[in-house]
Every structure is written in structure tokens, then in C-alpha cells.
Design a protein around this ligand. Structure first.
Ligand code: HEM
Length: 234
């Protein structure tokens, strides 16, 4: 079998989804970790986003990380395009589909809604990238940080974006979609990558559920905390 045939076969497509999915999960850990620096404001009222701005500046100014960012966008595009292709095929099959609705016996609910929540997540990402990444890396229309005119004040951008209740609601919904998508995607990826042993599967399932709740809750707390003025009020 040629490589091109392998990657268009159904096992090849699943493998691509799993590998890009694990890569994107590792991005989420780094992204949540850096963004969580905004909570330094809770412990030091003079911080006012400085720790986060410094960390974001370090990420943006390192050549290695900029190159990895290109890999990240390629990973996102492959994952999304392949995800839509898999979903379209599944819908086609269901269309001709089973005469009897198997309900939860056929597959778990969140497994059958991967396409729906994946699409909502995609829409969230388009909005999110245009509000932050585009402003900081392409348009360069952010104010300068008070402690260093050469650095962007991304935190004040967050405070501005999250002052709108409608946007905060969209972010919380985006985080919910992320939780739902991860809930199935996490275990599914490890299964595809060959973890079939029952003991490890239980472990991965437990870890996956914890991860799928903790990371989106941490993300959701960011717009909510800024909106309610728990952080970012100097
Ligand atoms: C809900 C809380 C979130 C906040 C406050 C937040 C904040 C930010 C900020 C400030 C940037 C720009 C970084 C820079 O240009 O240096 C950024 C970029 C980005 N965010 Fe988020 N983010 C959140 C959630 C998410 C989620 C849930 C995802 C993915 C599902 C995500 C994906 C991305 C991507 C792909 C980029 C561009 C790549 C990068 O700059 O590293 N973000 N985010």
C-alpha cells in the first residue's frame, strides 16, 4: 500500500486524527498554563497582567516557538479538514443508515456529537484567533506594556474583549464544546494509537475525563474572572 493510499484509508484517517489530536492536546496544556499567569493578579494586586504579558512575549519572540506555531496551525488545519471528511462519510453512511436507531447502544452520545461540537469549536477558534492572535502578531494594534514599551499589553486586550457579556457567553460555550469534544477525543486517540490493554484503558479514561473537565473549566474561568472584575481591576 502506498503512503497516499494509507492516509486516505479509514485507519489512516483515524491515525491522522489521533496524532494531530494528541499534538493539539499538548498545545492546550501549554496555552492554559501561560494564560493562567493572569491569575497572579489574585495574589499580587500590582501584577495587573504583567506575569502573563511577559510569558506571552517570551513565546512570541522565540524563533523556535514561532516555528512550532506554524506546525500548530498545520496540525489544526489537518485535524479540522480530516474531521469534516470523516463526519461527512459517517453522515452519508447514517443517511443510508440503520433502520433501527441504536441510541446509546450504538455509541455514546458524545461520540456521536463529535462533528457538532467540533464545528462549534472551529467557529470559536475563528473568533478567538481574530481577537487575539491576529491583533498581536499581524495587525500589531495592541497598546504597549507599562513596564516595557517593546512588549505588547495582551492582558489589556483580554480586559477589553471580556468586558462584553455576549463575548463572555460565547467563550464559555466554546469551552463547553472543548470539554465535550475532548471527552470522547482523548480516549479515542489513545485507542487508535494502540492502547487496548484494559488496565491502561481505565487509567486513560479516568485521566481523560479529568483533563476534559479541568482544562476547559480553567479556560472558562479566564473570561468570567475578568468580566466580574475578580482580576484586572487596578
Ligand atoms: C478561554 C480562554 C482563552 C484565552 C483567554 C485565550 C487567550 C489567547 C491569547 C491572548 C492568544 C494570543 C497569544 C499571542 O499572540 O501571544 C491566544 C492564541 C491562541 N489561542 Fe487562545 N485563549 C483561550 C482559549 C483557547 C482555546 C480553548 C483554544 C483552542 C481550542 C485556543 C487556541 C488558541 C490558538 C490556536 C492561538 C494562536 C496560537 C498561539 O498564539 O499560541 N485558545 N489565546
Amino acid at each position: 500500500m502506498k503512503w497516499s493510499e494509507f492516509f486516505t484509508s479509514s485507519i489512516g484517517k483515524k491515525l491522522v486524527m489521533a496524532l494531530t489530536g494528541v499534538f493539539l492536546i499538548s498545545f492546550l496544556v501549554v496555552h492554559a498554563g501561560i494564560n493562567a499567569c493572569i491569575f497572579a493578579d489574585l495574589f499580587d494586586p500590582n501584577d495587573n497582567g504583567e506575569m502573563f504579558n511577559r510569558a506571552a512575549h517570551f513565546m512570541g519572540s522565540s524563533v523556535v516557538i514561532r516555528i512550532m506555531e506554524v506546525g500548530l496551525f498545520i496540525g489544526f488545519i489537518i485535524h479540522i479538514v480530516q474531521g469534516f471528511a470523516v463526519e461527512a462519510k459517517n453522515l452519508g453512511r447514517r443517511g443510508k443508515g440503520y433502520q433501527v436507531n441504536l441510541g446509546n447502544k450504538g455509541s455514546k452520545w458524545y461520540s456521536r456529537t463529535m462533528g457538532l461540537f467540533g464545528t462549534l469549536l472551529f467557529l470559536f477558534l475563528v473568533m478567538h484567533i481574530s481577537q487575539f492572535w491576529y491583533a498581536s502578531r499581524i495587525a500589531h494594534d495592541l497598546p504597549e506594556a507599562s513596564y516595557d514599551p517593546l512588549q505588547h499589553d495582551l492582558f489589556s486586550r483580554m480586559v477589553e474583549v471580556f468586558s462584553h457579556p455576549f463575548i463572555v457567553v460565547l467563550y464559555v460555550l466554546g469551552c463547553f464544546s472543548l470539554a465535550w469534544h475532548l471527552m470522547h477525543g482523548f480516549q479515542s486517540a489513545f485507542r487508535t494509537l494502540g492502547v487496548h490493554n484494559n488496565r491502561y484503558l481505565h487509567l486513560i479514561r479516568g485521566f481523560g475525563i479529568g483533563f476534559s473537565i479541568l482544562i476547559p473549566v480553567l479556560f472558562a474561568l479566564m473570561p468570567v474572572s475578568i468580566y466580574f472584575g475578580w482580576i484586572g481591576q487596578d
